[in-house]
Design a protein. Structure first.
Length: 583
């Protein structure tokens, strides 16, 4: 046989799922004879039961030594030697479980000839064990010897009640053949005598899908659905293939028809509901999840989906109801508490929100929940109390420690305590000196403290690590344009940022601002108007109004400012700009 294209052990794991435990022969005393001497018998013990008569074996010193050597070799990674020893022991003892274990190890070792010898013995010793046929078929298929695999595949099909599962096993095996066309031809040959059997047609379509021939899979599924228009798994597979081919509305329509065929099939409705979510048909998805909930009540995943969809629809009352159901069931409690905390926070029920957030003790939301609790405690009891809560947290890794420091620094910055925020970032950077998020955060605080030297130092450190960091390029360029006379250098930085992120409102604003500072007012207006269109921001409005004002377009400037003041009346840059220019 030719050398296999794929590791044999991958085929074995995928097909017959043998465990990794070692098969042992355990001594058993017989009558008055000693269990550790001549005359002792061995009782083969394995987690992999084999439906075959098991031999009563005398555990001789030679046999025991060989088993120990095989076991040590397996543990030490010498799989070929281990498989050979197990196979020799199986040949001597006629124990099918040892032959099975030898097959598994030989396939792990990718030793085709040894694996085939072991699998052949295994099938001879356990002729009714379908796993043996599967192993032999897998070995031949991996070597591209499909003709030799055919009789084993036929036995797999014929020995499976109803043949349906046997066809699927066959499709799974053939999907790993080195030559896909040969695999398809073999499957067609095996299916041909049963070309009107839905299970056979479904397996043929499954193989086409597995070897990434979606058009052929659809063709075979259409044939299946002509034979059996109510074949639900066929409709589900067709929908998934259509979805993968970006024919998403056809996929949804296919599942809709399947749901109409079987309205009480909860699994089908669940597949349909999830596809609707993927396509953002959220209200329809919500109706389907409600139907699944009626058909399969108290499924925590369905209840959780209903809760999230309720929040998406801004139906806080129903969202609260669904997450409370999870708490009552004792299911997905951390996720339920986190979402209940968000609902309470949105209602400004601070005490209740804190209780929910503090109840999150595990999962991906754990840290975020406690950070939000700290923020609410700071709002309710004062910033120092919120910081005390943060300091009692025990982040489990460096990334979480950085996240806590960033959060604390931002709380301080928003409160105007920039020096304290700088101290927090300084301490965090001792532990994580190259962290770009910490460097950027400290740079922004440094700007508030008029420490442009620190700002430039930190932003350039980020850019040395990642020269294409558009955010850092823009921040440094804007600061140089706004706070220094290094305008040409500022413009170069901003132009590079704009090439990297051409539709970023903040970068367009920076470009407009540096052009204005260079005296190119008309050109500046184009960038600033585009920026304000993309993001209705008070600072962008302040800049646009200023350029309009100095260009003599006072009425237009007032229109821009007045609109911005209605939306962000407390924006300091906007207020300062208006006061500076109009008074």
């Amino acid at each position: 046989m030719s050398k296999p294209n794929k590791p044999l052990w991958l085929l074995l794991l995928a097909v017959i799922g043998l465990n990794t435990g070692c098969t042992h022969l355990t001594p058993k005393a017989e009558g008055d004879k000693s269990a550790n001497g001549a005359g002792a018998t061995a009782e083969p013990v394995s987690e992999d039961a084999v439906n075959a008569p098991l031999p009563n074996v005398i555990l001789t010193p030679t046999l025991l030594y060989r088993l120990l050597m095989a076991d040590f070799a397996e543990q030490g990674g010498d799989l070929t030697f281990a498989a050979d020893q197990y196979l020799k022991t199986a040949e001597e003892t006629r124990d099918p479980r040892l032959a099975k274990h030898a097959t598994r190890i030989a396939m792990y070792a990718n030793d085709t000839r040894l694996a085939l010898r072991a699998a052949t013995l295994w099938r001879d010793l356990a002729p009714d064990d379908r796993d043996a046929d599967q192993a032999q078929a897998a070995i031949f298929i991996s070597a591209g010897e499909l003709a030799e695999a055919r009789p084993h595949l036929q036995r797999i099909i014929d020995s499976t009640p109803g043949r349906g599962h046997g066809y699927l096993i066959t499709a799974n095996l053939l999907s790993r053949a080195p030559n896909r066309e040969q695999a398809l031809a073999m499957m067609d040959e095996l299916v041909r005598p049963h070309s009107q059997e839905p299970d056979a047609l479904f397996a043929a379509a499954t193989l086409a899908a597995q070897i990434e021939k979606p058009a052929l899979a659809l063709e075979r599924l259409d044939k299946l659905l002509r034979v059996d228009p109510h074949h639900l798994q066929g409709m589900i597979m067709k929908a998934r293939i259509l979805y993968g081919m970006d024919r998403k509305e056809e996929a949804i329509a296919t599942l809709r028809r399947a749901v109409d065929e079987a309205p009480d099939n909860a699994q089908l409705r669940l597949v349909y509901a999830r596809m609707l979510v993927d396509e953002r048909h959220l209200e329809e998805a919500r109706r389907e999840f409600r139907a699944v909930d009626r058909l399969s009540p108290n499924d925590p995943d369905v209840i959780y989906a209903l809760g999230l969809l309720a929040l998406q629809a801004d139906d806080l009352k129903d969202g609260e109801k669904q997450f409370q159901r999870l708490l009552t069931l004792g299911q997905r409690e951390d996720e339920a508490n986190f979402n209940l905390g968000q609902i309470a926070e949105s209602r400004n029920e601070i005490d209740k929100a804190i209780v929910y957030y503090e109840a999150v003790n595990d999962g991906e939301n754990e840290l975020d929940a406690h950070l939000r609790a700290a923020m609410l405690i700071a709002r309710r009891d004062g910033l120092d109390k919120g910081r005390d809560y943060l300091h009692k947290l025990h982040p489990s890794n460096a990334a979480d420690s950085v996240k806590v420091s960033l959060f604390e620094g931002e709380l301080l910055r928003q409160a105007g305590r920039n020096a304290d925020a700088m101290s927090v970032y300084n301490d965090a950077l001792v532990q994580s000196p190259d962290n770009s998020e910490l460097l950027y955060a400290r740079a922004m605080v440094a700007e508030n403290l008029d420490r442009l030297d620190i700002l430039e130092q930190d932003l350039r450190a980020i850019l040395r690590k990642n020269p294409n960091d558009a955010q850092a390029l823009n921040a440094l360029g804007y600061t140089l344009a706004d706070r220094t006379n290094r305008l040409d250098e500022a413009r170069q930085l901003i132009e590079k940022a704009m090439k990297l992120s051409p539709n970023d409102a903040a970068i367009l604003d920076s470009m407009g601002w540096v052009l204005y500072r260079q005296g190119h007012n008309a050109e500046a207006l184009g960038y600033l108007k585009q920026a304000l269109t993309l993001q209705n921001d008070g600072e962008i409005a302040a800049h646009l109004g200023e350029v309009l004002w100095v260009s003599g377009q006072h009425d237009e400037a007032h229109k821009v400012w007045d609109k911005a003041l209605k939306q962000t009346p407390d924006n300091p840059v906007l207020r300062q700009t208006i006061n500076r220019l109009t008074k």
